[in-house]
Write a protein that binds this ligand. Structure first.
Ligand code: AMP
Length: 290
Protein backbone atom coordinates (compact mmCIF):
# COMPACT_ATOMS: atom_id res chain seq x y z
CA UNK A 1 0.00 0.00 0.00
CA UNK A 2 1.26 3.41 -0.96
CA UNK A 3 0.74 6.56 1.00
CA UNK A 4 0.48 9.42 -1.40
CA UNK A 5 0.50 13.06 -0.53
CA UNK A 6 1.29 14.50 -3.96
CA UNK A 7 -1.95 15.13 -5.76
CA UNK A 8 -0.50 14.54 -9.23
CA UNK A 9 0.95 11.19 -8.18
CA UNK A 10 -2.33 10.26 -6.48
CA UNK A 11 -4.27 11.00 -9.66
CA UNK A 12 -1.85 9.05 -11.83
CA UNK A 13 -2.04 6.04 -9.50
CA UNK A 14 -5.86 6.09 -9.51
CA UNK A 15 -6.04 6.42 -13.29
CA UNK A 16 -3.59 3.53 -13.69
CA UNK A 17 -5.76 1.45 -11.36
CA UNK A 18 -8.81 2.38 -13.48
CA UNK A 19 -7.21 0.91 -16.59
CA UNK A 20 -6.81 -2.41 -14.76
CA UNK A 21 -10.49 -2.70 -13.76
CA UNK A 22 -13.08 -1.27 -11.40
CA UNK A 23 -12.01 1.16 -8.69
CA UNK A 24 -13.75 1.25 -5.31
CA UNK A 25 -13.29 4.52 -3.44
CA UNK A 26 -13.96 5.30 0.17
CA UNK A 27 -13.48 8.90 1.33
CA UNK A 28 -12.89 9.27 5.08
CA UNK A 29 -11.63 11.69 7.68
CA UNK A 30 -9.53 9.00 9.39
CA UNK A 31 -9.75 7.86 13.03
CA UNK A 32 -11.01 4.68 11.46
CA UNK A 33 -13.35 2.26 13.18
CA UNK A 34 -15.36 -0.82 12.31
CA UNK A 35 -17.86 1.29 10.31
CA UNK A 36 -15.16 2.44 7.90
CA UNK A 37 -13.58 -1.01 7.77
CA UNK A 38 -16.88 -2.62 6.83
CA UNK A 39 -17.10 -0.22 3.87
CA UNK A 40 -13.51 -1.06 2.91
CA UNK A 41 -14.20 -4.81 3.10
CA UNK A 42 -17.27 -4.47 0.91
CA UNK A 43 -15.31 -2.42 -1.63
CA UNK A 44 -12.60 -5.11 -1.50
CA UNK A 45 -15.17 -7.80 -2.37
CA UNK A 46 -16.73 -5.79 -5.19
CA UNK A 47 -13.86 -3.94 -6.91
CA UNK A 48 -10.53 -4.64 -8.53
CA UNK A 49 -8.68 -1.82 -6.78
CA UNK A 50 -9.66 -0.18 -3.49
CA UNK A 51 -8.66 3.42 -2.80
CA UNK A 52 -9.19 5.12 0.58
CA UNK A 53 -8.61 8.80 1.25
CA UNK A 54 -7.97 10.33 4.64
CA UNK A 55 -8.50 14.06 4.82
CA UNK A 56 -9.94 16.03 7.72
CA UNK A 57 -11.73 18.56 5.55
CA UNK A 58 -11.68 21.98 7.20
CA UNK A 59 -14.43 23.26 4.85
CA UNK A 60 -17.07 21.03 6.42
CA UNK A 61 -16.45 22.02 10.04
CA UNK A 62 -18.61 24.87 11.23
CA UNK A 63 -16.97 24.76 14.68
CA UNK A 64 -13.19 25.41 14.84
CA UNK A 65 -12.96 23.61 18.21
CA UNK A 66 -14.49 20.48 16.66
CA UNK A 67 -11.90 20.61 13.86
CA UNK A 68 -9.00 21.16 16.27
CA UNK A 69 -9.87 18.17 18.43
CA UNK A 70 -10.98 15.81 15.66
CA UNK A 71 -9.07 12.56 16.40
CA UNK A 72 -6.03 11.89 14.20
CA UNK A 73 -4.24 8.50 14.17
CA UNK A 74 -2.62 8.11 10.77
CA UNK A 75 -0.21 5.24 11.53
CA UNK A 76 -2.95 3.14 13.11
CA UNK A 77 -5.33 3.94 10.23
CA UNK A 78 -2.74 2.85 7.66
CA UNK A 79 -2.27 -0.47 9.47
CA UNK A 80 -6.04 -1.09 9.70
CA UNK A 81 -6.49 -0.39 5.99
CA UNK A 82 -3.62 -2.68 5.06
CA UNK A 83 -5.38 -5.38 7.10
CA UNK A 84 -8.60 -4.77 5.16
CA UNK A 85 -6.76 -5.27 1.85
CA UNK A 86 -6.90 -1.66 0.68
CA UNK A 87 -4.57 -1.03 -2.27
CA UNK A 88 -4.02 2.69 -2.18
CA UNK A 89 -4.21 5.11 0.73
CA UNK A 90 -4.35 8.79 -0.13
CA UNK A 91 -3.24 10.80 2.91
CA UNK A 92 -4.13 14.25 1.69
CA UNK A 93 -2.78 17.52 3.01
CA UNK A 94 -4.64 20.74 3.38
CA UNK A 95 -2.10 22.75 1.36
CA UNK A 96 -2.52 20.36 -1.60
CA UNK A 97 -6.30 20.14 -1.40
CA UNK A 98 -6.85 23.85 -0.89
CA UNK A 99 -3.91 25.87 -2.25
CA UNK A 100 -4.20 29.63 -1.72
CA UNK A 101 -5.76 30.16 -5.16
CA UNK A 102 -8.54 27.58 -4.53
CA UNK A 103 -11.77 29.47 -5.20
CA UNK A 104 -14.57 26.97 -5.77
CA UNK A 105 -17.48 26.10 -3.49
CA UNK A 106 -20.31 23.80 -4.47
CA UNK A 107 -23.78 24.49 -3.21
CA UNK A 108 -27.17 22.90 -3.59
CA UNK A 109 -30.77 23.78 -3.01
CA UNK A 110 -31.31 24.83 0.63
CA UNK A 111 -34.15 22.27 0.79
CA UNK A 112 -31.42 19.61 0.88
CA UNK A 113 -28.47 21.35 2.53
CA UNK A 114 -29.92 23.88 4.95
CA UNK A 115 -32.29 21.56 6.80
CA UNK A 116 -31.66 19.01 9.56
CA UNK A 117 -27.84 18.64 9.88
CA UNK A 118 -27.39 21.65 7.61
CA UNK A 119 -29.54 23.84 9.87
CA UNK A 120 -27.41 22.90 12.88
CA UNK A 121 -24.11 23.17 10.99
CA UNK A 122 -24.16 26.12 8.56
CA UNK A 123 -21.91 25.53 5.54
CA UNK A 124 -21.34 21.87 6.41
CA UNK A 125 -22.79 20.39 3.22
CA UNK A 126 -21.18 23.01 1.01
CA UNK A 127 -17.88 21.77 2.47
CA UNK A 128 -18.83 18.12 1.95
CA UNK A 129 -19.96 18.71 -1.64
CA UNK A 130 -16.81 20.65 -2.49
CA UNK A 131 -14.37 18.15 -1.05
CA UNK A 132 -16.12 15.07 -2.42
CA UNK A 133 -16.34 16.61 -5.90
CA UNK A 134 -12.60 17.28 -5.72
CA UNK A 135 -11.91 13.75 -4.47
CA UNK A 136 -13.99 12.31 -7.32
CA UNK A 137 -11.89 14.43 -9.68
CA UNK A 138 -8.71 12.96 -8.22
CA UNK A 139 -9.87 9.35 -8.19
CA UNK A 140 -11.75 9.35 -11.50
CA UNK A 141 -14.49 6.88 -12.48
CA UNK A 142 -15.28 4.66 -9.50
CA UNK A 143 -17.80 3.04 -7.23
CA UNK A 144 -17.84 5.29 -4.16
CA UNK A 145 -18.80 3.77 -0.80
CA UNK A 146 -20.63 5.80 1.86
CA UNK A 147 -22.27 4.92 5.18
CA UNK A 148 -26.00 5.31 5.71
CA UNK A 149 -25.18 6.65 9.17
CA UNK A 150 -24.65 10.03 7.46
CA UNK A 151 -27.98 9.78 5.69
CA UNK A 152 -28.35 13.40 4.58
CA UNK A 153 -24.80 13.28 3.23
CA UNK A 154 -25.72 10.35 0.98
CA UNK A 155 -28.76 12.29 -0.26
CA UNK A 156 -26.83 15.43 -1.20
CA UNK A 157 -23.94 13.49 -2.75
CA UNK A 158 -26.24 11.28 -4.83
CA UNK A 159 -28.00 14.43 -6.05
CA UNK A 160 -24.65 16.00 -6.99
CA UNK A 161 -23.48 12.88 -8.85
CA UNK A 162 -26.75 12.75 -10.80
CA UNK A 163 -26.97 16.48 -11.50
CA UNK A 164 -23.37 16.72 -12.71
CA UNK A 165 -23.36 13.37 -14.55
CA UNK A 166 -20.28 12.31 -12.61
CA UNK A 167 -18.79 8.94 -13.59
CA UNK A 168 -19.36 7.65 -10.09
CA UNK A 169 -21.71 5.00 -8.76
CA UNK A 170 -22.68 5.66 -5.17
CA UNK A 171 -22.94 2.63 -2.90
CA UNK A 172 -24.63 3.19 0.45
CA UNK A 173 -23.77 0.70 3.21
CA UNK A 174 -25.68 -0.13 6.40
CA UNK A 175 -24.74 1.57 9.65
CA UNK A 176 -22.32 -0.43 11.79
CA UNK A 177 -23.36 -0.36 15.44
CA UNK A 178 -22.01 -1.25 18.86
CA UNK A 179 -23.75 -4.20 20.59
CA UNK A 180 -26.09 -1.76 22.40
CA UNK A 181 -26.99 -0.16 19.07
CA UNK A 182 -24.94 3.04 19.21
CA UNK A 183 -23.74 3.88 15.70
CA UNK A 184 -19.96 3.69 15.46
CA UNK A 185 -18.42 7.13 15.08
CA UNK A 186 -14.95 8.64 15.34
CA UNK A 187 -16.36 11.14 17.84
CA UNK A 188 -17.69 8.49 20.28
CA UNK A 189 -14.29 8.52 22.04
CA UNK A 190 -15.27 11.89 23.51
CA UNK A 191 -18.25 10.45 25.43
CA UNK A 192 -17.80 9.92 29.17
CA UNK A 193 -18.86 6.53 30.54
CA UNK A 194 -22.17 7.98 31.70
CA UNK A 195 -22.79 9.78 28.38
CA UNK A 196 -21.87 6.61 26.51
CA UNK A 197 -24.51 4.69 28.46
CA UNK A 198 -27.17 7.32 27.75
CA UNK A 199 -26.23 7.52 24.06
CA UNK A 200 -27.74 4.07 23.44
CA UNK A 201 -31.14 5.74 23.89
CA UNK A 202 -30.88 6.95 20.27
CA UNK A 203 -30.96 3.57 18.52
CA UNK A 204 -33.43 2.23 21.10
CA UNK A 205 -35.80 5.11 20.34
CA UNK A 206 -35.45 4.47 16.59
CA UNK A 207 -36.38 0.85 17.23
CA UNK A 208 -39.50 2.00 19.06
CA UNK A 209 -40.43 4.23 16.09
CA UNK A 210 -40.12 1.18 13.84
CA UNK A 211 -42.36 -0.81 16.22
CA UNK A 212 -45.01 1.94 16.20
CA UNK A 213 -44.85 2.10 12.41
CA UNK A 214 -45.14 -1.71 12.16
CA UNK A 215 -48.16 -1.53 14.51
CA UNK A 216 -49.89 0.76 12.03
CA UNK A 217 -49.01 4.33 13.05
CA UNK A 218 -48.65 6.34 9.84
CA UNK A 219 -48.83 9.94 11.06
CA UNK A 220 -45.41 11.54 10.56
CA UNK A 221 -45.98 14.18 13.26
CA UNK A 222 -47.19 11.52 15.75
CA UNK A 223 -44.11 9.37 15.10
CA UNK A 224 -41.91 12.46 15.53
CA UNK A 225 -43.62 13.46 18.80
CA UNK A 226 -43.19 9.94 20.23
CA UNK A 227 -39.53 9.86 19.22
CA UNK A 228 -38.86 13.26 20.74
CA UNK A 229 -40.57 12.30 24.02
CA UNK A 230 -38.68 8.99 24.25
CA UNK A 231 -35.37 10.77 23.70
CA UNK A 232 -36.12 13.51 26.21
CA UNK A 233 -36.86 10.81 28.80
CA UNK A 234 -34.02 8.35 28.09
CA UNK A 235 -31.29 10.58 26.66
CA UNK A 236 -31.96 13.37 29.13
CA UNK A 237 -31.79 16.08 26.44
CA UNK A 238 -34.05 17.36 23.68
CA UNK A 239 -32.93 16.21 20.25
CA UNK A 240 -31.84 18.90 17.76
CA UNK A 241 -34.31 17.28 15.41
CA UNK A 242 -36.44 14.15 15.22
CA UNK A 243 -37.89 14.02 11.73
CA UNK A 244 -39.72 11.65 9.41
CA UNK A 245 -38.74 12.61 5.85
CA UNK A 246 -38.97 11.57 2.24
CA UNK A 247 -35.80 9.56 1.49
CA UNK A 248 -34.58 11.60 -1.48
CA UNK A 249 -36.05 15.12 -1.20
CA UNK A 250 -35.97 15.26 2.63
CA UNK A 251 -39.41 16.88 2.83
CA UNK A 252 -41.33 16.28 6.08
CA UNK A 253 -43.93 13.52 5.86
CA UNK A 254 -47.51 13.93 7.01
CA UNK A 255 -48.19 10.29 6.14
CA UNK A 256 -45.19 8.03 6.65
CA UNK A 257 -44.46 5.30 4.10
CA UNK A 258 -42.13 2.31 4.01
CA UNK A 259 -38.65 3.50 3.00
CA UNK A 260 -39.08 6.94 4.56
CA UNK A 261 -36.16 8.05 6.71
CA UNK A 262 -36.39 8.79 10.41
CA UNK A 263 -33.53 11.12 11.29
CA UNK A 264 -32.34 12.18 14.73
CA UNK A 265 -29.53 14.30 16.14
CA UNK A 266 -28.79 15.20 19.73
CA UNK A 267 -25.93 16.74 21.64
CA UNK A 268 -24.67 14.56 24.49
CA UNK A 269 -21.89 16.29 26.39
CA UNK A 270 -19.40 17.55 23.79
CA UNK A 271 -20.57 15.10 21.14
CA UNK A 272 -23.26 15.60 18.55
CA UNK A 273 -24.76 12.20 17.84
CA UNK A 274 -26.70 11.42 14.67
CA UNK A 275 -28.59 8.31 13.70
CA UNK A 276 -31.37 7.25 11.38
CA UNK A 277 -33.65 4.42 10.38
CA UNK A 278 -35.50 3.58 7.17
CA UNK A 279 -39.10 2.69 8.03
CA UNK A 280 -39.86 -0.95 7.34
CA UNK A 281 -36.25 -2.13 7.75
CA UNK A 282 -35.09 -4.27 10.67
CA UNK A 283 -33.44 -2.53 13.60
CA UNK A 284 -32.22 -4.30 16.75
CA UNK A 285 -32.91 -5.81 19.20
CA UNK A 286 -29.87 -4.47 20.98
CA UNK A 287 -27.86 -5.67 23.99
CA UNK A 288 -28.32 -3.92 27.32
CA UNK A 289 -24.76 -2.52 27.64
CA UNK A 290 -22.00 -1.39 25.20
P1 AMP B 1 -16.07 9.95 8.17
O1 AMP B 1 -14.66 9.52 8.34
O2 AMP B 1 -16.80 10.13 9.45
O3 AMP B 1 -16.21 11.10 7.20
O4 AMP B 1 -16.81 8.73 7.47
C1 AMP B 1 -16.35 8.20 6.25
C2 AMP B 1 -17.42 7.28 5.70
O5 AMP B 1 -17.67 6.23 6.62
C3 AMP B 1 -18.75 8.01 5.50
O6 AMP B 1 -19.35 7.57 4.29
C4 AMP B 1 -19.54 7.59 6.70
O7 AMP B 1 -20.93 7.59 6.47
C5 AMP B 1 -19.04 6.17 6.89
N1 AMP B 1 -19.31 5.73 8.25
C6 AMP B 1 -18.99 6.39 9.40
N2 AMP B 1 -19.47 5.74 10.47
C7 AMP B 1 -20.13 4.66 9.99
C8 AMP B 1 -20.87 3.59 10.59
N3 AMP B 1 -21.03 3.51 11.92
N4 AMP B 1 -21.41 2.66 9.78
C9 AMP B 1 -21.26 2.74 8.43
N5 AMP B 1 -20.57 3.70 7.81
C10 AMP B 1 -20.01 4.65 8.57
Amino acid sequence: MLTLSELAAAKAACRAAGTRGSVGFLPTMGALHEGHLELARRARRECQTVVVSIFVNPLQFDDPADLARYPRQEAQDAALLAGAGVDLLLMLRREEMYPPEFATRLSQTPALTDVLEGAARPGHFQGVLTVVAKLFGIVGPCRAYFGRKDFQQTVVLRRMALDLELPVELVVCDTVREPDGLARSSRNVFLSAEERRRAAALPRALRVVQQRFAAGERSGPALERGLRADLERDLGVSPDYAAVVHPTDLSRREQAQPGDAVLVAARVGRVRLIDNHLLGATIGPFAEGP
